[in-house]
Design a protein around this ligand. Structure first.
Ligand SMILES: *[C@@H]1O[C@H](CO)[C@@H](O)[C@H](O)[C@H]1NC(C)=O
Ligand SMILES: *[C@@H]1O[C@H](CO)[C@@H](O)[C@H](O)[C@H]1NC(C)=O
Length: 464
């Protein structure tokens, strides 16, 4: 066989490969689009894929396809990503952490991946794109210097990079495109240390299993696919106090200033990372509209109760219910309010509680809720028909087993209540960021005389 023939074969092989890949991509893309469209009619999520087939052929025909791909994705010839794949904690806190890492992405000049959401968390194992909870337009306004990409976009970038790599590295030992360079870092508040320590560690063997959803295009244990460096930062409690934060955040930025293309972060930091705490990321419009619908149904005025039964002493609960009933009667008479809205982790839909950490539901719990329910008409997000379309849709089933969207809905309804009651010590969990965030919002709103808001927060007492 002559050299010309071999080259011809190779070329046709590459062409054939490209056609197969392109066709696969085209159909995949269209499938994603049609399912996206079905969702649009209900909750109007934005489409996450940003590359048209025209764009793709431009990338492929470029002399340096990888640079072209990166320009399109990240606006720079090299892409550098910050992908915090687990934010730890539930939505109110995860929301705070997401803002901290957006500040970090800006400082590090990295494109930030919008980790999936669901079950009141932001992490890679969840099923729904980021805008299932949040308003991306307002997020981008809050952080105009950060480029945000969905997990789907990241997957697409990995996939196209991999194809380009295969195409350019087709000869043996021809390494034009190197393996992915990855830094995997675990950031955790670690109360045992008295000073913050950042160190290299051996490869982590038990990585989060959901990282495998980017295989085969990102595979942390295949050296041909990626070169991974592992680090841990143990953050001392004293370093993350407000006064220590300017210095701490500098250390953080300095430690994480690296050349790796992809920074994967597993985070459990508990506090804001930077001195400036940015305002909460607003929720998606469909959630706000749903909350408005509930508020309208509660007509002109209502008392909202936040009763988190987790961490209550079960045997106290019936007395707690009596205390609540007495307080409600007083407020209703004094303020002339007739409607009651209950936000609770007590199971309203299924037998599973609305908090992950709340497992043992006893007869005391049932008794307390029954007493309340027999005395007043108790409205909840379920009884008022909140999120009915989504609840009927089996694609969203997992969101309504345990904690999820309904927590956001409850929070929004509580924030605007004319009167707000939360459980006292023994009756409920006291140190709740969820309750605190409602209290903070109400503090702002009560300054406006027309808001109709009568108190910030009151805690009812047990009757013994
Ligand atoms: C971010 O990176 C790009 C490309 O490397 C560079 O042109 C730009 O100046 C950087 N911006 C900052 C704020 O460092
Ligand atoms: C209150 O009682 C009504 C009627 O029996 C029931 O449909 C509703 O689910 C109860 N509410 C709660 C919060 O248990």
């Amino acid at each position: 066989m002559s050299r010309v023939q071999t080259t011809k074969r190779k070329t046709s092989f590459i062409c054939f490969f490209f056609v197969v890949w392109y066709t696969t991509y085209y159909f995949m893309n269209n499938n994603i689009f049609s399912s996206e469209k079905e969702r649009l009619t209900k909750i109007r999520l934005s489409s996450s894929l940003t590359l048209s087939s025209n764009t793709l052929s431009t990338i492929y025909n470029n002399d340096n396809p990888l640079e072209e791909l990166n320009m399109r994705f990240c606006g720079q010839t090299t892409c550098k990503f910050l992908f915090v794949y687990d934010y730890g904690e539930q939505e109110t806190k995860a929301n705070l952490h997401f803002r901290s890492f957006s500040q970090l992405a800006e400082k590090l000049n990295r494109t930030m991946i919008l980790t999936n959401v669901g079950s009141s968390q932001i992490n890679i194992c969840q099923n729904y794109p980021f805008d299932f909870y949040y308003d991306l337009k307002l997020l981008r306004q809050e952080f105009p210097n950060v480029i945000y990409k969905y997990e789907d976009d990241f997957y697409l970038w990995l996939k196209i990079r991999d194809e380009i790599k295969k195409k350019m590295n087709y000869k043996k030992d021809n390494e034009i495109i190197p393996p992915l360079s990855i830094l995997h870092s675990h950031l955790r508040r670690y109360d045992i240390t008295t000073e913050t320590i950042y160190r290299e560690v051996k490869p982590v063997v038990s990585l989060n299993k959901c990282l495998s959803k980017f295989e085969p295009f990102m595979n942390l244990v295949d050296p041909k696919n990626s070169k991974v460096r592992y680090t841990i930062m143990d953050i001392a409690k004293s370093d993350i106090r407000p006064r220590a934060k300017p210095e701490f955040s500098e250390l953080l930025v300095e430690s994480l200033t690296t050349d790796e293309e992809i920074m994967l972060v597993n985070s459990f930091v508990l506090e804001a990372l930077f001195p400036k705490v940015m305002p909460a990321i607003p929720y998606n419009d469909y959630i706000l509209n749903e909350a408005q619908k509930l508020k309208d149904k509660l007509s002109s005025s209502y008392i909202a109760i936040h009763w988190r039964l987790e961490q209550a002493r079960p045997e106290l609960l019936p007395e707690c219910a009596q205390g609540l009933i007495k307080t409600l009667k007083r407020v209703m008479t004094e303020e002339g309010i007739e409607n009651i809205y209950l936000a609770t982790d007590y199971p309203l839909l299924s037998s599973k509680s609305q908090s992950d950490t709340f497992k043992d539901i006893t007869n005391y719990h049932h008794e307390a809720i029954r007493m309340l329910n027999e005395t007043f008409k108790i409205n909840t997000w379920v009884s008022l028909g909140g999120l009915e379309d989504l609840r009927k849709d089996k694609n969203y089933h997992s969101e309504f087993v345990g904690p999820g969207l309904q927590g956001i809905l409850d929070k929004l309804v509580c924030i605007d209540a004319n009167y707000f009651l939360a459980g006292s010590f023994g009756c409920s969990r006291i140190l709740s960021t969820f309750t605190k965030s409602i209290e903070d919002e109400r503090k702002d709103k009560i300054r406006n005389i027309d808001s109709g808001i009568l108190n910030t927060i009151d805690r009812w007492k047990i009757i013994l």
